[in-house]
Ligand binder design. Structure first.
Ligand SMILES: Cc1cc2nc3c(=O)[nH]c(=O)nc-3n(C[C@H](O)[C@H](O)[C@H](O)COP(=O)(O)OP(=O)(O)OC[C@H]3O[C@@H](n4cnc5c(N)ncnc54)[C@H](O)[C@@H]3O)c2cc1C
Length: 447
């Protein structure tokens, strides 16, 4: 098994981490020429806009896109770059699936979002923009011991929404369709043939660039919480900024804070226990290093994205859609993590756990070498419902976050939702997205 050397605590060495972080930051910077950089804000001559969107992850980028489409003057601000390596959106790939058990609201949002992701991809193709696909239609395979409530609710909802599914009522039916897996203890499954994987980091960069094409402006800066101001011109908020060249400020009528795992840092009193970042470790296996036929057996054309309920201890994976490797992850909340200071080396314990799962379900992959690894954070609300609501005391300030490990796919629908709230086209938000519905004790419910 080829892996980089580890120290006595089972961590990979700091030099390796530094290299990988450097690569991530360079990858983030690759989009700079495509963006209109606007770094003229200073403490004395502030930038002025209708809406400041703070955070260029999948939420902020789509919010800026939708607001710019509606003719709002938008400034999109990020401390680094869209889809940067520290952000939750900065991964290589993310699953887009429609099934959400009893939570039909997310099935509807996922369906709307898939259409929008596809439209965006088609628009780029029409402009002959050289890029790898944003969406890979691999299908998504769900697996479980029994036909449980989650399966039944999902199938009912998808049928009502007109989303095709293919049900496998026995392990032998699964075996015939996908002989790659060991179905011991699995009794049933279903496939969403139209779903698949999104090229996450690339998607975010493209959406941010498209927001710029629609007229949004870009600012690289770290923003603090806003302060209300009285202004004759109608600007109501002053947003203190820290840029590479010193302090600056942004004046805006409204602001949307879409800061992912940093939201509790910007609004500590309000959110420190309502959004809890947790450490998540992801592995990519290099199947080609084992053999070309093995890699071919798990290629996207022959094996889909999959999620195994595994009696409540969910594992999921994505085939090698763009040379990243065969992705596998344990969908269990890890320890609380600080997105700025966390050690992003994977732990030996997580790799052991992943390989134990492989031995059970994919025995021929159990010793496959790693192509790469990644440590990232979920930004969890108490039950997994998003936070898309007005700030309770700061006028004209909006909060968009709490993606809770499942929000990437929903970027387009969340962007529309927030743009409608900000422009007054929707009021109030959905009861499940309110701040008041967010508890301070973690009880994960949305899967
Ligand atoms: C390992 C892993 C696997 C996942 N898998 C899936 C999946 O398969 N499918 C799915 O749908 N979802 C998945 N998710 C969840 C999804 O990726 C996240 O919920 C989503 O990306 C969150 O987006 P965001 O825009 O809210 O936050 P982020 O992407 O974290 O963006 C926040 C941005 O705000 C910026 N920022 C923060 N503070 C400031 C400040 N003060 N000033 C300026 N900028 C600031 C940051 O630099 C960052 O760019 C996964 C998450 C992880 C970690």
């Amino acid at each position: 098994m080829k892996t980089s050397k580890k120290d006595s605590k089972g961590k990979r060495p700091a030099a390796a981490r530094t290299d990988s972080q450097r690569r991530q930051l360079l990858a983030g910077l690759a989009c700079l020429p495509a963006l209109l950089w606007w770094n003229k804000a200073s403490a004395t001559t502030p930038l002025v806009c209708d809406v400041a969107v703070i955070g260029a992850g999948v939420f902020g980028s789509w919010i800026a896109w939708h607001l710019a489409q509606r003719g709002q003057q938008v400034v999109l601000v990020d401390a680094y770059a869209p889809g940067n390596g520290l952000s939750s959106s900065g991964g290589d790939t993310r699953v887009i699936r429609m099934a959400y058990g009893p939570d039909a609201i997310y099935s509807r949002m996922a369906a709307e979002s898939l259409t929008q992701w596809q439209k965006l991809g088609q628009a780029l193709d029409a402009r002959h923009r050289p890029s790898t696909p944003l969406f890979h239609p691999t299908g998504v395979l769900w697996l479980s011991r029994h036909r449980n409530g989650y399966f039944n609710h999902s199938l009912d909802t998808l049928q009502a929404l007109g989303i095709p599914t293919r049900v496998f009522d026995s392990p032998s039916a699964l075996q015939r369709a996908y002989p790659q897996m060991d179905y011991h203890g699995i009794g049933t499954g279903f496939l969403e043939p139209g779903s698949g994987a999104l090229a996450a980091r690339q998607c975010v960069r493209v959406v941010a660039e498209e927001a710029m094409r629609n007229g949004a402006r870009w600012l690289q800066a770290t923003a603090a919480a806003p302060e209300p101001v009285a202004s004759q011109k109608g600007e109501r908020l002053r947003i203190p900024l820290r840029t590479a060249t010193g302090p600056a400020q942004l004046l805006a009528r409204q602001a949307v804070y879409a800061c992912g795992a940093w939201l509790p840092k910007v609004f500590p009193q309000l959110l420190s226990r309502r959004i809890v970042p947790t450490r998540q470790e992801v592995f990519y296996l290099n199947l080609k290093a084992v053999s070309a036929p093995l890699a071919a057996r798990y290629a996207p054309a022959r094996f889909p994205v999959w999620a195994d309920f595994n009696d409540g201890d969910v594992f999921y994976g994505i085939p090698d859609v763009a040379g990243y490797g065969f992705k596998i992850a344990h969908d269990k909340h890890g320890p609380v993590m600080d997105p700025d200071t966390a050690d992003r080396r994977v732990s030996e314990a997580a790799e052991r756990e992943m390989r134990a799962y492989l031995r059970k379900r994919f025995p021929e992959l159990a010793e496959a070498p790693l192509a790469s690894v990644r440590v990232c954070q979920y930004e969890n609300t108490s039950n997994g419902d998003f936070l898309l609501d007005r700030h309770p005391t700061l006028p004209n300030v909006w909060l968009a976050g709490g993606g809770s490990g499942h929000s990437f796919k929903h970027g387009p629908a969340v962007g529309r939702w927030m743009a409608e709230l900000v422009t007054g086209a929707r009021t109030p938000t959905h009861p499940r997205f309110t701040l008041s519905s967010k508890d301070t004790t973690q009880k994960r419910a949305v899967i």
